[in-house]
Design a binder for this molecule. Structure first.
Ligand code: SAM
Length: 210
């Protein structure tokens, strides 16, 4: 019997970072809650987190219709209890306000590897949308590479930035100070910075008054 053909909806990077991310979530999050994932992509994070964090319910979302169809297919391959913790992926353009979710409905908004592979309007939209979607004590987690004014950028991240900009001039690694300014305008602030493998950061954003 021949092996199943490889799916185009697979990210080697997500496969590498899903366990370090899970371990960080286990230290940062309470045992249960409601999460909204922005840009669920291949579903590898969703699959891993929903299997390993049984107290959490997940609302995935994705901009691209083909990826939403894939997420539906992937969900059907999981055990029933895991499927019950994960809703069908929403069609959500992070830059279009308001997002199609209730205000103050989520304990967590999670967004990995989107800010640098989307126009800057998506950063503005992420901060505004998360500020509306989060419960008062909830947090937004963003994961990926950033440019920091006071930290030497790793050569691998500089090369990644150049590659992104060559592929699309509106893409590119974001300067953390610029992201912080957008967060502040939306009423959020950077509460925690966790260094992750391969020169990535996991950033915890909370309400200014929380
Ligand atoms: C590199 S993938 C990251 C996927 C996944 N979060 C991960 O870490 O593997 C970038 C994602 O950003 C999403 N994206 C691009 N523009 C978007 C937008 N305007 N609104 C929401 N998501 C968007 C893409 O559909 C894609 O899922």
């Amino acid at each position: 019997m021949s092996a199943a053909p490889p799916t185009p909806f697979f990210s080697p990077a997500a496969e590498r970072n899903k366990q370090p991310l899970l371990e960080a979530l286990q230290t940062l999050l309470p045992p249960s809650g409601d999460a909204l994932e922005i840009a669920s992509g291949t579903g590898q994070h969703l699959e891993h987190f929903s299997a390993q964090l049984p107290g959490w319910r997940w609302q995935p979302s994705e901009f691209e219709p083909e990826r939403r169809a894939w997420l539906l297919q992937l969900r059907q391959s999981w055990p029933k209890e895991q499927q019950q913790r994960v809703a069908e992926a929403l069609a959500l353009d992070v830059s279009a306000q308001p997002w199609p979710v209730e205000a103050e409905a989520f304990d967590l908004v999670f967004c990995a590897n989107m800010l640098h592979i989307a126009p800057w309007a998506c950063c503005i939209g992420l901060m505004q949308g998360a500020a509306r979607a989060l419960k008062p004590q909830g947090c937004l987690l963003t994961y990926g590479p950033y440019l920091e004014d006071d930290v030497v950028t790793a050569p691998s991240n500089l090369a990644f930035d150049a590659d992104l900009r060559a592929r699309n001039p509106v893409w590119g690694l974001r300067r953390l100070a610029d992201v912080q300014a957008q967060a502040q305008q939306a009423g959020l602030h950077l509460a925690q910075r966790l260094a992750m493998p391969a020169n990535n950061l996991l950033l915890v954003w909370r309400r200014l008054q929380a």
